[in-house]
Design a binder for this molecule. Structure first.
Ligand SMILES: Cc1ncc(COP(=O)(O)O)c(C=O)c1O
Length: 477
């Protein structure tokens, strides 16, 4: 019998003798809902404080259908059974992204404070789209944005919003850039170019091409040399060729594949000669600007018109969050504010409405977990944790250099180490990667560069140790 069947349909819940009906049952405070809240918080607490959570692995659809199908019914199965299904079947079928051995793609390693506070963001039902509805939350998020703007050398007037992820952040920034270019051109009495162009490195993240497709603009992918970094000289050629059609130049502040930072300073210097919007995609790597040892790699960043950095990558917050900052937020506001009769009461005010700065309206104040964690531990703890990943990546690269069966593809600049196992084909990497996961040792997927198979470690967790990584390297002998 389900919990639902055991529960009486009406129940007096307080001294005023309000009756819990079928309609109010899910929202009322009753023994049933109290038990659900307690169970969920207890599970969240256990998961957050458990240091032995296995990596886990994906399950085939047939297996999940066999074990977990049929949970949605007219009467419900009750909180206890639904949570047990999640804990025993669904959660183990999800990779543990914050496991120290999760080293693929770009991992995430939220702090305990940030993850715990994410529960509060849900529990308080705060709306983060407008000042009118969420001024306290918006204020705190803006504290984070102001802190990061200072770190990145942007003027005090810079501002923005925390959006869902780097893809939306890049798209929103490029839409603002195009809108700005169109306004400037209109003011000068110039016609719109037939096609608008975004200039980016051939190594830029796929979300730039995705944004261009959504916007129906072209991307000029500039080939980069051996260093992998886009330079001012290469951008100059593209600007000379495409002239007024260029609405933005994108510099990458830490490529996803290699962690390479484009030569932002030489690209930014072109602003003295050309009129273009400089966007820096630092979704993964820009966090490293907080680390004193890596700050120099981002010289020129202070001239960016917009930039992004994803806290869910290397600023230790749970999914999902992307900090989007504009040098001149008024430009973004003009591009993004949605107008409607029912919204006028919000938008006709001078107050800061986060929804005005990106492609979204309703928003969770997803910057709050970072605010809480930063306020709790201080920026110094962030700098130390990021430095730890940088130092570990360098140590791992040095170690790879001592092993004759391995070959480093490039010296790491940030915390991505790409290397080859001499003599291995793509199938060898795939079999090895599967074995690592089957043994629950690590999650390291095959990759490739210039047609040659390789693999890579992307390190963002301070819980990832040198010993764990040398243990993985030993399996490649
Ligand atoms: C450099 C870069 N830009 C953009 C993105 C896209 O970010 P998101 O996955 O949060 O949409 C990524 C993701 O890895 C990235 O590494």
């Amino acid at each position: 019998m389900s919990d639902a069947a055991a529960r009486p349909h009406t129940d007096r819940i307080d001294a005023a003798a309000r009756v819990v009906t079928d309609a109010s049952r899910m929202h009322a405070v009753t023994p049933e809902t109290t038990a659900v809240v307690d169970m969920v918080l207890d599970y969240a607490r256990r998961r957050l404080l458990d240091t032995e959570v296995p990596l886990d692995k994906p399950m085939p659809p047939s297996e999940l259908r066999r074990l977990a199908a049929g949970s949605i019914s007219e009467d419900g199965v009750g909180g206890r059974r639904a949570l047990a299904l999640f804990e025993n079947v669904l959660a183990p079928a999800c990779l543990t992204i914050d496991h120290p051995g999760y080293l693929s793609f770009i991992p995430s390693a939220p702090t305990k404070a940030a993850s715990a506070f994410d529960l509060i963001v849900s529990a308080t039902a705060v709306y983060g789209g407008s000042w009118m509805e969420g001024s306290g939350a918006v204020f705190a998020e803006n504290e984070v944005l102001a802190f990061l703007a200072r770190e990145f050398g942007l003027p005090e007037t810079a501002g923005g919003v925390v959006v869902q992820g780097g893809t939306i952040g890049n798209l929103s920034a490029l839409v603002a850039a195009r809108d700005h270019a169109a306004r400037v051109r209109a003011e000068r009495g110039q016609a719109r170019p037939e096609r608008c162009v975004v200039v980016a490195s051939a190594e830029a993240h796929s979300s730039i091409a995705s944004a261009a497709r959504v916007m129906d603009v072209d991307v000029v992918k500039v080939a980069v040399g051996e260093s992998g970094a886009l330079t001012g000289a290469q951008v100059r050629t593209a600007l000379d060729e495409h002239g007024d059609a260029v609405i933005a130049v994108v510099a990458t502040g830490g490529s996803t594949n290699f962690g390479i930072v484009d030569d932002i300073a030489s690209i930014a210097a072109l602003k003295d000669e050309f009129d273009f919007w400089l966007h820096v995609d630092g979704a993964y790597g820009l966090a490293a600007a907080l680390a004193p040892s890596a700050r120099h790699r981002f010289a020129g960043l202070e001239r960016a018109d917009s930039l992004i950095v994803d806290p869910h990558k290397w600023l230790f917050t749970p999914f999902d969050a992307c900090v989007l900052l504009y040098r001149d937020p008024a430009i973004a506001r003009a591009a993004h504010t949605q107008h409607a009769e029912y919204l006028d009461t919000l938008t006709d005010r001078a107050e800061w409405n986060p929804s005005d700065y990106s492609i979204q309206l309703t928003r969770r104040p997803r910057g709050l977990p970072l605010w809480f964690s930063l306020a709790t531990f201080g920026a110094g703890a962030y700098r130390a944790a990021i430095e730890d990943s940088l130092a570990l990546a360098q140590r791992v690269a040095d170690e790879i250099g001592t092993r004759p069966e391995l070959r480093l593809v490039r010296d790491p600049q940030l915390s991505v180490v790409v290397f080859e196992r001499v003599g291995w084909e793509a199938a060898d990497y795939a079999a090895w990667s599967d074995r690592l996961l089957d043994e629950q040792r690590a999650f390291v997927v095959p990759s490739s560069h210039a047609g040659r198979p390789n693999t890579r470690f992307a390190i963002v967790s301070p819980r990832t140790s040198f010993e764990l990584i040398t243990g993985i390297l030993d399996t490649m002998r």
